[in-house]
Design a protein around this ligand. Sequence first.
Ligand code: TRH
Length: 403
Amino acid sequence: MAPLRTNYPLTLTIFCKVVDNFGDIGICWRLARQLQHECGVQVTLWVDDLLSFQRICPDVRIDLEHQNIHGVAIRYWNTQEVVCTTDDISDVTIEFFACDIPPSYIDAMTQCEPRPVWLNLEGLTAEDWVEGCHTLPSPHPRLPLTKHFFFPGFTDKTGGLLHESSLVAQRQAFQSDLLAQQNFLTSLSLTATEQLALKVSLFCYAQSPASALFDVWRQSDTAITCLVPEGVAAQAVQDFFANGSGESIKAGAVCTRGALTLRVLPFIAQPEYDKLLWACDLNFVRGEDSFVRAQWANKPFIWHIYPQDENLHHKKLRAFLQRYAQHDDPLSRFSLAWNDALSASGCTEEDWSALWMQLVGATPEITENTVLWQQKMLKNGDLATNLLRFTEMLRLEIQKKSV
Ligand code: TRH
């Protein structure tokens, strides 16, 4: 898909508050880069947590208030009291996940003519209601400004998913180049034997039933290499290593028990994480961004959804599975069990063994489905392009009103 390019230097600002973990900055940084590189937009990204940013983008300096990375202007958003003037206001402002943008920035927006476009980029969910809320206006209660909601999603009545125009080609090139894959895995210190095994990447939240799965994998007929980023599933990893010292298991640590080799990886830069998803046979992903990247990887994946109060996330998980999988198929059952949503009493060791065997048995169909799913998702267009198109429409409306 050819990227949409603006024929004038559109300026755009993204505000990102890191609520927790890496998804907030992961999504904002991916969007910022794509808008800058593919669409020719001048992007400024305000972020309140440079340390988390640095984990996914090692070029980030945590001691700088202003920096430029890969063409994107980065500003450290360390206080709400920051003084902004009309010079700071871009043609388009995006607040991610309804974060509270600085009052002085909002005041300065009201002084701009024509008024800038203001969007609230929301979180991803497969629930039906999203279609009714996507692009809805929300007039400011006091000021002459209107914010619009923009929802990512899985249908053509939503903003679609983040997807760079060269992603398919890059993935295909990597997956058809065995040497590139071998070099990549070797760079992560995997031995030849580990590379030949069934490779599973594991990125999940602390409450995942990883220990139960490790037990099943130990007894597997085929060798399994599980690659887990440092600090992820920490208790299950400690238990597997039988590490009684209480000290956390560091990147580079490796332990084999039965058929399972568990290797702890360092946190790697975002583009490298994509390669990891492309190189593994099965990916466990979580949150929003890794979940979307797994959908572009052409490999089976299991999603650990971000937990919410009153098990709201189970509803969201089911909504996704309804679109993505067949009712009660091995993928759905495994995914529900992984998120503690399969049965009220949880799963026994035998259950996990059966769930795993069924999942493995269904791998050919699941893999086939990943391809069909991608084709379907690509038809919705990508989030950055859809967002720019919507922005252009709003700008035209604003211009018409101001003449
Ligand atoms: O880290 P996450 O759990 O993030 C989020 C946040 O918790 C957020 O508040 C919540 O709203 C959202 O989930 C649903 O999971 P996610 O979204 O997958 O983000 C992880 C990012 O980290 C993603 O951009 C990929 C990146 N990453 C790397 O760059 N290197 C790595 O080694 C790994 C494991 C991930």
